[in-house]
Ligand binder design. Structure first.
Ligand code: COA
Length: 329
């Protein structure tokens, strides 16, 4: 008997109302320019959550849209797997707040911490649940309020990130569509190149942590850049091998939207021409685990992904973690 396949039945996205452009940094006293940010990263603007907008509320907006497009009611959801580096509270998981918000009372709900690669990690967990018969319908969400953990006094990081959420409903596929291959990797020996030193259980929140701002994201930008290029290339190779495909078979590459130069290097390595690469980093900045599902949702909505197309997802982030997935639509 053929192994069942998990496929996307619907996607959605949820964004804050407010947009912050590169020019807005001057208004909050950050010494930077539109030229510097655009040249180094390709980012022109990002969405920033304001009062009342949370990781859960953005996730709920994305999830409702995904469920509506999938034709799935809250009561049909067996599991919610939510990826976030910015949970609304440290306990319990943001996924259970989302569950309550949606009224998905039958679901098992839990968070995944795999940073910017988190959506692909979460989708792989969903695939495992579906193909082993643990669940039939799984809601997978990447939701981030990055503005709550970046240091607004550090110009080398605060210009890079944005807030938002993307969601996808995965179900058991009836046809030969869905996840064809997946690849997940991590390297914890490099954790200190992109991390939040303070505020967790080993350095609990206290006056010192507050004073030295160690609860904010710290990043060795150049090192992260090098590893991102190398790891995303590796991940593309592995997922393509797993699906027995080459870059030429890919109709659309959706890379993690962190930096235009990393995206271009990834596409070149994977042998996918830039016309077949989905780019929205200019409008969103780096939304961590929300980046891939937001791009996926846009690409489905605007017709860049059509029936029968083969799509490669690839992402890299803190941990380091990196991951890739080939899907047929
Ligand atoms: N505006 C203006 N100047 C800035 C700046 C900003 N926002 N941020 C840093 N600079 C300055 C630095 O102070 C430094 O000045 P100096 O030479 O006088 O010391 C100079 O620009 C170069 O800094 P550097 O950090 O070496 O720049 P870079 O070319 O490596 O670009 C990044 C910085 C962050 C854009 C780049 O390293 C990068 O994109 N890294 C990957 C980050 C990423 O994507 N992380 C998430 C992965 S999931």
């Amino acid at each position: 008997m053929k192994r069942p396949i998990a496929a996307i039945a619907g996607t959605g996205r949820g964004l804050p109302a407010a947009v912050m452009t590169n020019f807005d940094f001057a208004k909050i006293g950050i010494e930077t320019t539109d030229e510097w940010i655009t040249e180094r990263t390709g980012i022109k603007q990002r969405y920033i959550a304001r009062e009342g907008e949370s990781t859960t509320s953005m996730a709920a907006a994305a999830a409702r849209q995904a469920m509506q497009r999938a034709g799935v009611s809250a009561g049909e959801i067996d599991a919610i797997v939510l990826s976030t580096a910015t949970p609304d509270r440290l306990l319990p998981a943001t996924a259970v707040d989302l569950q309550a918000e949606l009224g998905a009372t039958r679901a098992a709900a839990f968070d995944i911490g795999a940073a910017c690669a988190g959506f692909i990690f979460a989708a792989t967990v969903a695939e495992g649940m579906i193909t082993t018969g643990v669940a039939e319908t799984v809601l997978v969400v990447g939701s981030e309020k990055m503005s709550s953990i970046i240091d607004w006094q550090d110009r080398s990081t605060c210009v890079l990130f944005g807030d938002g959420s993307g969601a996808a409903v995965f179900r058991r596929a009836k046809h030969h569509k869905g996840i064809l291959s997946t690849y997940l990797r991590s390297d914890g020996t490099l954790a200190n190149l992109l991390y939040r030193p303070g505020g967790g259980a080993c350095m609990p929140f206290c006056d010192d942590v507050l004073q030295d701002r160690s609860f904010y994201v710290k990043m060795a930008g150049r090192e992260v850049f090098k590893h991102a290029v190398r790891s995303m290339a590796d991940a593309c190779d592995r997922a393509l091998d797993g699906a027995k495909l080459t870059g030429k078979d890919i109709d659309l590459l959706i890379p993690h939207q962190a930096n235009m130069r990393i995206i271009e290097a990834t596409a070149k390595h994977a042998n996918v021409s830039m016309e077949k690469v989905y780019v929205n980093v200019d409008r969103y900045g780096n939304t961590s685990s929300a980046s891939v599902p937001i791009a996926l949702d846009e690409a489905l909505e605007n017709g860049r992904i059509k029936d029968g197309m083969t799509v490669l997802l690839v992402a890299f982030g803190a941990g380091f973690t990196w991951a890739s997935m080939v899907l047929r639509f």
